[in-house]
Design a binder for this molecule. Sequence first.
Ligand SMILES: N[C@@H](CCC(=O)N[C@@H](CS)C(=O)NCC(=O)O)C(=O)O
Length: 180
Amino acid sequence: MVLHEKGADFEASEVNLQNKSEEFLQASPTGKVPVILVDGDSLYESNVVNQFLDEVYESPKLLPEDPKARAHARIWMAQADDNFYPQVFITTMGRERGFSEERISEAFEKLKGTLSRLDERLGGREYLADGFSLADIAHAGNFVRLHELEEQGALSLADYPNVASWMERIEARESFEAAG
Ligand SMILES: N[C@@H](CCC(=O)N[C@@H](CS)C(=O)NCC(=O)O)C(=O)O
């Protein structure tokens, strides 16, 4: 999404995570995606990569100018890494990965708490920080899995109306569509 927002010139490679190629393992020291190669140098950890891209591409700026608003954006980026991402992942993929039912239901309960906190934050706000930012992008990669949970009847986004309208705003962006 960041690369598309910036209109950057880049080449994307699909990676088969079930069968990682030598070339991919050379590029990604953690064996995980996303990873970007800049002049042959690997950069990884999505929020770190996104901040790097925001620094090297002038516009549009994807972190607020004001230091306090910027700090809030980073708080929500950390929350996406520490809570939202692992909770969505364990809830949706846990069974396939052989996690215990206890671990899966614990993650689901925590996810509902995270969604409530997001909903509270988004009350009277269009985005998590001051304008659309990396904080919103840090969550967007998991929207598709939230929709899956809703389709399965496990979760109703109507219980989190501010989250639901925030997701719609982000999903309407060209960069979301382009990132697939
Ligand atoms: N904190 C990392 C998480 C990266 C991550 O866990 N990526 C997953 C896919 S979304 C992955 O590559 N998994 C493959 C594996 O663990 O083998 C980030 O934000 O970049």
